[in-house]
Design a protein around this ligand. Structure first.
Ligand code: GZL
Length: 348
């Protein structure tokens, strides 16, 4: 029995056949044009074949510090220095970093450098890079992976030590003020939730604050390392508490926003102000505010990591061993040591 088809069924069949033909055409043309990277293909012959090809996944451009960090990497991994750099800005999204790293693997770069926006969730993509035989250099922030062999080395800063330094400075400051035993009301503006910088600075400061029962932490909120969010969080704190003595702000951009909010509320900041300001990063604009007595102390976090990365790649290129971790020198800045001479020499 012939199965008679309704007219609409004929049309569906024709449409399906046409769609299939179109898809086949796209695949044929696409492969001719090299639109699809087949992992088993021979690596594409790149322009600048003599260059070291480095895929860089930067987490974003959220702060002045981040811009300085990016500039440092781009200056170090330049064509003049023998590199062909492929740069990706993840705009604070982990999935964008994972996509970028997979793209670097598909392009068979020689090295991958990435600043992880958060600590966790990297095992799978780092395993893929390892299986592709591509060394991974982690920059600025850390990752939580059980197998440390999933990356070659880490170049960055010790955020726990930075947090501890903030606590030690506050201990000394209160002693000088004769307030070592007074009740001190503190609010904390935290950086990007889950980032090693936020976790480390919070942990380091808590190592000191936990020793002082008279230090009363009124509240801690995430300000995402940005000026806008820092201001918003500080406005919330000012509405909730009318007796804040100290602000711990985990980067200068949030500090700029917080100071704006405090001044708009009619209160003052800094050495002769109502509220003591403790900040992190020590970017140029913030150091000027330290010199003016507006920010009481700024715990440095050095963004100049590009040259370290270039050095490490040179060692690896010549078959030499590298350390598992490279911490960059950092300082603590107050009105006492932020001089005109120091400001003239600052590169960020
Ligand atoms: C710290 C770095 C932080 C800076 C912020 O190592 O990851 O991210 O403190 C930046 O300014 O946004």
């Amino acid at each position: 029995m012939a199965i008679s088809m309704k007219p609409s069924a004929y049309i569906n069949k024709i449409v399906m056949a046409l769609m299939l033909a179109v898809l086949l055409l796209i695949a044929l043309v696409g492969s001719r044009l090299g639109l699809f990277t087949d992992l088993d293909e021979e690596p594409h012959i790149r322009e600048d074949a003599d260059k070291i090809v480095v895929g860089v996944s930067q987490l974003g451009s959220e702060s002045g510090w981040r811009s300085a960090n990016t500039e440092s990497v781009q200056n170090a991994l330049s064509k003049q220095n023998g590199y062909f750099m492929i740069f990706s800005n993840a705009r604070q999204k982990q999935e964008n970093q994972i996509k970028a790293i997979r793209s670097f693997i598909a392009q068979r770069v020689d090295y991958i450098v990435f600043a992880p926006v958060v600590k966790s969730g990297w095992e799978t993509v780092l395993q893929e890079a390892k299986e592709a035989g591509i060394p991974v250099i982690i920059m600025d922030r850390g990752v939580d992976v059980a197998d440390k062999n999933l990356y070659t080395t880490f170049v960055g800063t010790d955020s726990v030590e930075e947090g501890r330094r903030a606590g030690v400075w506050l201990e000394e400051h209160l002693k000088k003020q004769g307030k070592a035993d007074e009740r001190i009301n503190i609010v904390i503006l935290k950086g990007t939730e889950g980032s090693s910088a936020q976790i480390g600075r919070t942990t380091g400061f808590a190592m000191v604050s936990g020793k002082h029962n008279n230090w009363n932490i009124l509240g801690q909120k995430y300000g995402d390392f940005t000026i806008y969010k820092g201001k918003e969080v500080m406005q919330d704190f000012l509405e909730m508490y009318d007796d804040i003595d100290v602000v711990i702000s985990q980067n200068d951009d949030m500090t700029f926003g917080a100071i704006e909010a405090i001044r708009e509320s009619g209160r003052t900041v800094g050495i002769d102000g109502d509220i003591t300001i403790i900040s992190f990063d020590a970017v140029y604009e913030a150091l000027e505010m330290v010199a003016e007595g507006i920010i009481n102390v700024d715990i440095e976090c050095n963004p100049n990591q590009g040259e370290y990365i270039s050095e490490i790649i040179s060692l690896l290129e010549s078959g030499q061993e590298v350390e598992k971790r490279y911490y960059i020198e950092e300082d603590v800045f107050t009105i006492e040591n932020v001089t005109e001479e120091l400001l003239e020499k600052r590169t960020y």
